[in-house]
Design a protein around this ligand. Structure first.
Ligand SMILES: [Mg+2]
Length: 276
């Protein structure tokens, strides 16, 4: 069998059931909680995507109500089943490397992974996965970006488990010989995206956001995005550029584990916020 061609689940993609029961008089309390809160509207001009409700989304909704803060369902809701096929998150690197045998980054990661060896427990913890921004969400974002707007628009993306479907784990050997590994950045970006289809969808989303003049920011607490450590930061930037070639240094905002405060202190961001 050819690897990576197996398609799963058209089950859920069938025609929507719009039975008459749902069209009757609105019953209070039947609509899913928070549905509208997580829906992108034409009128939204600054949007923030994150998978952490308590630490990031809720504080943003309270403090910056004019920003549309959209919650990406966290890892405990649903793992990235497209790769895991029912296995636990821990198996992500192995399952990924099996599916994408040409991805050198994935092959490299599994090389020194030893299921029986407890010294790799740390790696195991990092293998949390979720759905991240889904392909269907990227389509909605593209549709939103293509709407004409008189306002300046911006989208802030958390990285881990929002833009990516798994945490970004970096290996030092890539940083030491940055130039030699230049071509690996796309493979790292693909690895953290889950499937190639999802990676392509994310690239396309950035293309249309930029095309329509929407500012794109990576707003992350991932330590690799710290500006002070320039070599790490450059690697991080290169990986982000594999998603969006137009990404510049200033588009990476390190959240300092307090995104709400970091946003408040960021003059460019506050300028955009004030014009909403
Ligand atoms: Mg996250």
């Amino acid at each position: 069998m050819v690897k990576g061609t197996k398609k799963q689940r058209p089950k859920k993609l069938g025609p929507k059931k719009l039975g008459p029961k749902k069209l009757g008089p609105k019953k209070l309390g039947t609509r899913k909680l928070g549905t509208r809160k997580n829906t992108l509207f034409k009128s939204d001009s600054v949007v923030f995507f994150d998978d952490d409700l308590d630490r990031n989304i809720n504080p943003f909704r309270d403090r910056f109500p004019k920003i549309k803060s959209i919650l990406i369902p966290p890892s405990w809701k649903k793992s990235y089943t497209q790769i895991l096929k029912g296995k636990s998150d821990f198996y992500y690197p192995m399952m990924y490397s099996k599916k994408y045998k040409n991805n050198r980054y994935a092959q490299e990661i599994v090389k020194d992974m030893d299921m029986a060896n407890s010294s790799h427990l740390c790696d195991q913890c990092n293998n949390v996965t979720n759905q991240g921004i889904t392909i269907s969400q990227t389509k909605k974002i593209i549709k939103w970006a293509n709407e004409p707007s008189t306002k300046e628009r911006a989208v802030l993306f958390d990285l881990d488990n929002t833009l990516s479907a798994c945490n970004l784990i970096m290996r030092y050997q890539y940083i030491e010989k940055l130039e030699e590994h230049a071509e690996l950045f796309e493979e790292i970006a693909q690895y953290i995206s889950g499937t190639i289809e999802r990676y392509d969808a994310l690239q396309l989303m950035f293309f249309y956001l930029r095309k329509n003049g929407v500012a794109c920011k990576i707003f992350t607490n991932n330590g690799w995005a710290k500006r002070e450590n320039d070599i790490n930061f450059q690697v991080f930037l290169k990986i982000m550029q594999a998603f969006d070639p137009k990404m510049k240094e200033d588009d990476i905002i390190f959240g300092k584990n307090n995104k709400e405060q970091t946003f408040k202190e960021n003059k460019d961001m506050m300028k955009i916020y004030k014009q909403i």
